[in-house]
Design a protein around this ligand. Structure first.
Ligand SMILES: [Fe+2]
Ligand SMILES: [Fe+2]
Length: 192
């Protein structure tokens, strides 16, 4: 049996993983805005919602506790960031209930983008550099693994009975909550 040598310096840490997610979210938003077909907009928006909820839950499980512990203003920063997650989720809940052909749809995407850009800016220029400065690199790499694993706990598509499409959204209407279902499942509160 050989010795497994891992090059720690080459492995992504949690800040790399989360920052890549942020870029992907903003890119998805651009794609939604450029989509001509309502069906494509719906699909992209549902993918965005699903990925963003995963990201937020994983941050709250593994990253925000570390911020509380290691950052001088950790409690305050976590409170602020968690409130922004709630705000993002409120907008996503509206978005999941609106027809992608409706004019309000793109207005909500714009609202989501504004809140998200602000949130990403807070994390990437505020809290993440502080985490890197204060938490040993092995821990940040380990945290990256935990975040990746947490995001995989729920399937990418929310539920076999709840396909992400226009017809489904029309039939069930508001309140069936991809956001809520996914959050519950990721944080282990649901048996569904
Ligand atoms: Fe984030
Ligand atoms: Fe966040």
């Amino acid at each position: 049996m050989g010795v497994i040598v891992t090059d720690l310096a080459a492995e992504p840490d949690v800040v790399d993983v989360l920052s890549t997610d942020h870029q992907e979210f903003l890119q998805l938003i651009e794609e939604i805005k450029l989509s001509v077909e309502a069906e494509a907009r719906r699909d992209l928006a549902d993918t965005l919602i699903s990925e963003l909820v995963r990201h937020a839950v994983a941050e709250e499980m593994y990253v925000y506790p570390a911020m509380r512990k290691h950052l001088p203003d950790g409690d305050e920063a976590v409170q602020h960031d968690t409130a922004e997650h709630k705000e993002l989720e409120q907008t996503m809940k509206k978005l999941e209930a609106v027809d992608a052909g409706d004019g309000e749809f793109l207005a909500l995407v714009g609202e989501l983008e504004t809140t998200l850009r602000d949130h990403v800016q807070d994390e990437e220029s505020g809290q993440f550099p502080q985490l890197r400065a204060r938490v040993p690199r092995e821990e940040l790499v380990e945290m990256a693994g935990k975040v990746e694993a947490a995001k995989k706990l729920a399937p990418t598509r929310p539920h076999p009975l709840a396909p992400n499409n226009q017809v489904f959204h029309k039939l069930v209407g508001p309140g069936v909550g991809l956001v809520d279902r996914l959050r519950d499942r990721l944080s282990g509160r649901s048996t569904a």
